[in-house]
Design a protein around this ligand. Structure first.
Ligand code: SAM
Length: 216
């Protein structure tokens, strides 16, 4: 399979996974694969503590129900939010809740060039599934490259860490990223990289990588 075929296959798998869950569970963090709302809030808070979103154009790739936008709003942070996802049902819920924001149905891996540019391109939870048709690190590298091409200022990505929480069993369907590998990858795009690995496990240990892009 060539890259385009691989990304089409992953798209179909992803569509099926989330649409099945949505039919079962409706609008819930569990549909997105998250444990509970408070876990999401810890992740979102770690992002907001480490980057200033105020007044920025923020493209949230794999936005789900736009819970990150809801979080920013709840903290009084104003931004121009663009939510991108492949699941029309998620986007319809998000649009209904936040008519002032922009929502676009697109597969980022194949259609990023048609998307608008944004100050910040971020993603939460899109890189956690173990891939079968491509190595996860290649998938992550492709994502990072496309995100950097769409971002004017910064790319922000979250990962599950190989530095596992001892009490939490490793999940077979999940890909855990080595923070050092992600750091090395990010440093190929910019010298200005922040890796945040110090927020509470929720319940698995995660980290966030922030690439500040130097644009002339
Ligand atoms: C784990 S959920 C996280 C949702 C949201 N970011 C949050 O934290 O609440 C991952 C989301 O990414 C979306 N997604 C996965 N691959 C994608 C792709 N290639 N392009 C756009 N969205 C994608 C899925 O449809 C799903 O809504």
């Amino acid at each position: 399979m060539n890259k385009k075929e691989i990304y089409k296959t992953i798209y179909e798998e992803t569509l099926n996974r989330y649409q099945t869950r949505f039919l079962e569970l409706g609008v819930s963090p569990k549909t997105l694969g998250w444990g509970k709302v408070s876990d999401q809030q810890i992740r979102f808070q770690a992002m907001a503590d480490n980057y200033d979103f105020e007044g920025k154009t923020v493209m949230d790739v794999g936005c789900g129900f736009a819970d990150f936008y809801a979080f920013l709003k709840s903290k009084g942070i104003t931004c121009n939010y663009i939510g991108v996802d492949i699941i029309p049902e998620f986007l319809a819920c998000a649009k209904n809740k936040f008519p002032e924001a922009e929502f676009i149905e697109a597969n980022f891996m194949l259609e990023s060039r048609e998307l608008p540019k944004a100050d910040i391109v971020l993603t939460n939870g899109t890189l956690n599934f173990k891939q079968t048709f491509i190595s996860n690190m290649e998938y992550t590298e492709d994502f990072m490259k496309l995100a950097c091409a769409n971002a004017e200022e910064a790319v922000i990505m979250d990962f599950l860490s190989t530095n596992l929480t001892k009490e939490y069993p490793k999940e077979t369907q999940v890909f855990y990223h080595d923070p050092l590998d992600v750091l090395t990858m990010a440093l190929r795009y910019t010298n200005d990289v922040k890796l945040i690995h110090d927020y509470p496990a929720i319940p698995q240990k995660e980290f966030i990588c922030i690439l500040s892009l130097q644009r002339d």
